[in-house]
Design a protein around this ligand. Sequence first.
Ligand SMILES: Nc1ncnc2c1ncn2[C@@H]1O[C@H](COP(=O)(O)OP(=O)(O)O)[C@@H](O)[C@H]1O
Ligand SMILES: [Mg+2]
Length: 426
Amino acid sequence: MSLPERPKRLGPYDVIAKIAGGGMATIYMGRAKDANGVERVAAIKVIRHEMTRNENVVQMFIDEATLLARLSHPNISRTLENGVTGDRHFIAMELLIGRTLFDVWEELVARKLSLRFDVAAWICARVASALHYAHELTDEHGTPLAVIHRDVNPSNIFLTYDGEVKLFDFGLAKTVGRRAKSAEGIVKGKLPYLAPEQVMQFPYDRRADIFMLGTTLWELVTMRRLFKRDDDVETVKAVRTFPVPDPRRLVQGFPDALATILTKALERNREHRYATAADMARDLDALVSPAIAAQIPGIISAILDALFEGERAKQMGWLRTTQAIRTMPRVTIPPPVPVPAVRDAQTDSQRPSASRQPSASKQPSASKIPSASKLPSASKIPHASKLPPISVPPPRSVPPPRSVPPPRSERPSIRPPPPTPSKLRR
Ligand SMILES: Nc1ncnc2c1ncn2[C@@H]1O[C@H](COP(=O)(O)OP(=O)(O)O)[C@@H](O)[C@H]1O
Ligand SMILES: [Mg+2]
């Protein structure tokens, strides 16, 4: 009989509930008490039980933990500690409250909505700056570590209810001094986001991450998949040769400047691509005025509230500790405001072809989609052409922070219900 997958305790943490599960690791929520009895919560990434005997997987996990311990950037999820309990290696990270960019994209597609261009540009600028920070990382002697993330895609980008953007999952990152072996002939990372040089198994460098971020951004602003096809062979072929469609021909009112950035990030010849992620971040940030940029965290928070009704309160229920209260999400905009932050995708000039749509298996299951009556009705969503172009403030004035309390149901109660695993997100 196999042992149960879920550990009861990892280092100082009691394992409370499963948050997410991937191929090699599972993410749990854990809670620990310090010597003074002060509780802290964490997201704990742990190698799946059946992988603990695979030496290379364990080494990859230790490499990830070693790299994470060196990373400190506002757009990278913070690592608290790592260790091993029995044969289970774990990494404890700050528990992020929000949803992945993939969840948000998928939900918008399901509702035929799309993200405002400047919000998408701002999000990707934050990811680019996190990548640049990792790319430039050195060891304690100043020797460059030549970090390449290698798995930049919307599932590894997280949006929090604070309106923060966090890049995570350095599990496949390549660095100098990495000890895990790279198996010959195995391509790492999510295929539809890889750079052509990666799928062709040519040498690659930090510019591969820029291509992956380019694909992520292209999909975020067109609400279509770029290279994903029904099978891996076709996907690889698309990454290598499919001419990237000009988003201006797909989406009404698409800004030229954003199209230029996408072209440069998605150059198949990496010599013509952005040389650094900082260059890409700079161009993206130039599309967003400082006044708008200051409002975007509030807009992201409101988008999450509108797309995932009741989720904030549910996730806040996980945090019932002193530490949690300190990191409680700020509410800067009353929840239903995402309206100006989304475009009605149905007004786009061309509907996506079937092959560029997410495959059926990627669509949210019916049970995940709130009932139609709860959806923001299309009539309440401004027509794309009425939406402000980039750099113009959204039509609604944003109330000063905390001036408008969230509706009762969204306010974290003093005693939220205990989290039950079956109710957890994802
Ligand atoms: N710090 C965190 N706080 C909250 N959720 C997290 C955190 N880190 C990861 N997750 C969730 O777990 C999922 C898997 O984590 P990830 O590090 O990407 O592992 P994998 O290697 O399995 O893809 C993420 O997509 C996200 O939903
Ligand atoms: Mg991941």
